[in-house]
Design a protein around this ligand. Sequence first.
Ligand code: TRP
Length: 447
Amino acid sequence: MKERSGFVTKFGAIAAAVGSAVGLGNIWRFPYEAGQNGGGAFLILYVAFVLLLGIPVIVSEFVIGRATHKNAVGALRELAPGTRLHWMPYMGILASLMIISFYSVVCGWIVEYLIMAVSGGMRGHSPHEYAQMFGEFTSNPSRSLAWTWMFLLLNGVVLLGGVKKGIERVANLLMPLLFVILIVFCVNSLMLPEGKQGLKFLFNPDFSKVTSSVVIGAMGQAFFSLSLGLSCLLTYASYFRDDERLVRSAVAVASLDTLVAVLSGIVIFPAVFSYGMAPEAGPKLVFEVLPSIFEQMPGGYVWAVLFFLLLFFASITSTISMSEISITFFQEEWKMTRRSATLLNTVLALLFGGLCALSFGVLSDFKLLGMTIFELFDYVSSNVLLPLGGVFFSLFAGWYMERKVLDRELTNGGRLRVYSYKPLLFCIRYVAPAAIVVVFLYGLGLL
Ligand code: TRP
């Protein structure tokens, strides 16, 4: 058996988990979901879900991954021998393929915008014109296919070429810069004419707007943004060192991720109201708004280029982490070589990603359950499959796994005092699984 390499430094381990979590989910998906689901009330529900479900499920995945140092299927086989529980991560592999398919379409838009920013195309248009331009290029089949595929091929090359570590290191160095830039943009947005109204929308909860779809959407967003439920963090934790503090790392990942999402909201909503746009515009929201923000900023050209470049790096660390789930699985379970595993992953993603790319144009009328393929993949993975994965991992860690293994992992073999041990265990065993089930029943109209 080949020695698995571990993360060399502590920073490496947490940074990789943060790299996976922070991505388009924070900067693109959070504002669009918050916009569609009424703003403030959505934000409060989202934060509550991060605390009550997010952190316990992250810890559960971390514990299972590090206890075994194996991929998800291997880990469950070791911890639950003689059962069929190790079939569960297959669902994660399906979900990761669905996510990478629609995610890479959005990454394609980022690349297109980066090129547009570099070539000076983000100058001299009105907010309305930008919205129109965006509509034109996303509905153009060859253009959107080309960008999606180009991005996926790039992702494949990074995974194959052994430069993955390098990219992750660069991305992790750039992440703090992204953070600083977002703060600059926040200040800029707050000075826009309707800055206050944007803030009010984001922070003033109007609970009369809360419906079952808002609650489900907030839960799905928490799972999506934290990279939870499909054994992504489990796979990362399988590379953690034995002295990594799991609870502390989980809290760090959740806090940083949530902070980036909130900052992104503070950038976007003041602009939405100032430019007379609709917060409920959906997936296109930030792409319609951002160019006008840069247009109005002093030094807008540089900001735009820098921002899309950083966003590109933030996204590719997320797609690498998604691809890693199926690649590790193909390698360790189906005994494929790294090369063929990466190839298989890329081919599947090209296929489904292509369908998602076309759903803004030629396939826009092809609907299942009233959703385009892009919307369906997004909805089903985030709102159904990831939370189901969450129920599974929390029940597994909280009830099925031997308590002494859980104790050992949480306290690093008794060397750590974890003050939050009791409440955390309570959340892992009861609160997280029960809340997810309740939200589901509520969503189905059964409650
Ligand atoms: N969390 C990432 C984001 O916010 C997306 C992501 C990466 C993800 N890996 C995942 C989502 C695994 C769910 C599961 O952009």
